[in-house]
Design a protein around this ligand. Sequence first.
Ligand SMILES: Nc1nc2c(ncn2[C@@H]2O[C@H](COP(=O)(O)OP(=O)(O)OP(=O)(O)O)[C@@H](O)[C@H]2O)c(=O)[nH]1
Ligand SMILES: [Mg+2]
Length: 183
Amino acid sequence: MGFLKPFCIKLGLKKLKVSVLVVGCAGSGKTTIVNSLKPDKEEEIVPTVGFSIERFKFKKSKLTVIDMSGQAKYRKLWDCYYEDAKAVVFVIDAADEGSFPEAATALDEVLSHPHVKAKRLPLLVFANKKDLAKALSAEEVTRDLDLSKKVDLKQTWQVIGSSGVSGEGIENGMKWLYEKLQR
Ligand SMILES: Nc1nc2c(ncn2[C@@H]2O[C@H](COP(=O)(O)OP(=O)(O)OP(=O)(O)O)[C@@H](O)[C@H]2O)c(=O)[nH]1
Ligand SMILES: [Mg+2]
């Protein structure tokens, strides 16, 4: 059945069930992005304590999204979820260049985790808050964080400009991820 599964999913005979891990620095917009994907959107978003698990449909897949807190005191928790994850979403506040060094260190830690390396998990980076005038573009974030050097060439990755507030770029990013997950 293993080799038939991708065909069954493509034909719509079987639903893709995947777990996606959402990480990034505190305040970068992870929960706002996850919330924008949910059919029942929450009015008020507060800093995540520890983590939050959300389950909803995206296209023909059933997504389990693990929205981690970016606060330093909860960072070690991220390590507990790589094993089951099928993809990683890393969110950067593109309007806060001061947060880039911390984001770069956090991303290095993600990419050097044994499960992420061994499974070559697809990595979607949201250069978030693009609605703000001072936000850098996806290309500028890629350059400033030296992403092409950081990410293993064999690992599938993409940087997409997004706004958790307006929703811009999020659907595109998720579509990209969805295509990678079907393989
Ligand atoms: N302008 C703008 N503000 C955003 C955007 N995304 C999130 N925010 C704001 O940024 C703040 C932090 O958003 P959260 O979604 O709580 O950030 P988080 O990454 O989940 O933070 P932690 O849970 O603490 O790790 C909130 O005030 C959001 O309204 C965006 O795309 N544009
Ligand atoms: Mg949060």
